[in-house]
Design a protein around this ligand. Sequence first.
Ligand SMILES: [Cu+2]
Length: 471
Amino acid sequence: MRRATAIAIATALGCGQTSAPSAPDPVRELAGAYPEEATADGAVRTFEITAAETEVPLIDGGALKVWAYNGQVPGPTLRVRLGDTVRVRFTNRLPQETTIHWHGVRVPNAMDGVPHATQPPVRTGETFTYEFTPKDAGTFWFHPHVRSSEQVERGLYGLLIVLDRAPPPYTRDVAWILDDWLLGADRQIVPQFNTPHDLMHDGRWGNAITVNGRTDTVLKVAAGERVRLRLLNASNGRVYAPDLGGLDTKIIAVDGLYARAPLPLERFELAPGNRLDLDVAIGGAGRSIAVTDQFYPQRPNRLAEIEIDGAAAGAAAGAAAPPAFASPARAHVPAWRGVLGTPVTRELRLDARRGGEFGIEWTIGGEAFAGHAHAHPSMTLERGRWSHLRFVNASARLHPIHLHGMFFKVIGRDGVAVDEPFFRDTVLIHARETIDLGVVPLDVGDWMMHCHILEHAEAGMMTMIAVRAPS
Ligand SMILES: [Cu+2]
């Protein structure tokens, strides 16, 4: 319907006209990176999801009281193909109202799951139907956007995997969701949320790190396999730097979208909300690889184990070479050279102050979010136009900033131009760090922008961006 709008918009703005060869034209450069509109093939995939209190087996065999989607933590993995329409009939049986937010998915604004702003909260006993056609293939996830520091922590999250129309021929497609429970002496979830400690630090960091809800996850593979490993950080606050113990591992996608080229997995900080798709070539039979978190290299955490058996069927005996096929990481990701010097659309200070419901408030641009019921956009961006946002972290804490409804690219760190060869929907901003990002919003609506350390978000570190058609 609005085909090739990026070019059309660029031309309408005069950006496409001949100008000085050095003038950056980021809107034009973006064209072709990802589609503006979804292309529905007509297939509708219907899922029933119910959120309710339940018990799941704990690490030591005990029963852990959780809140869960369809009785399981993590919740169900919704696996669809690009072109499918996703229809989720959601029922709330929790003791609180809730919603589902589709993290990273470019949905129509009314499907974004932000209470009061895009839909009324789903009250206990009520049902709400979410329906959208994803525009992008990739690894996405869903979670509540109501009291999320409690609801996500209690176990409410799941994956939405949108497969390519022709998925690359990996021998295995595996997803690992990283989370950390904070358990008390009674081996139950500590029911105090948004504590002063969590709020003054980097949110709630648990004492039991799990992969897919377990502390003993083992992935059994054969030498000669080539595995697509999808990682999601569903923690409230903890950041991971995953290390695959010397396995030949390339990053192929970040936050859902494919990268410009496969990148070696060196230190990548997987902040709350981030996803990473890895291309893992399995060589060397008869080994066991410890997968660890090296965020604090002096205090690594064990995440999971990869056990390598004999050669995979079809692999040449002895050599066990993984199948050779072109990496799917060959997306058009604009370099956006020279854009760090473009005028800053909005500079936002990230900071804390005394006050508010919890005694400490986290602020964006000097404002603490007044709660969804009183939310109003704090800035307006124009659809199809280049926007340059600058975040100045005036605090000594971490802030993984997440934008709903759009992908962006980091264009500067502490004033130095960078060209990350991938888009993001969440970027970790370190203490006292300044991050510049570039974005061309394509979907009209009111979109949240918030810290994905959920305690920081609950204590005010949220705001809303209005994206409007250019006048
Ligand atoms: Cu934060």
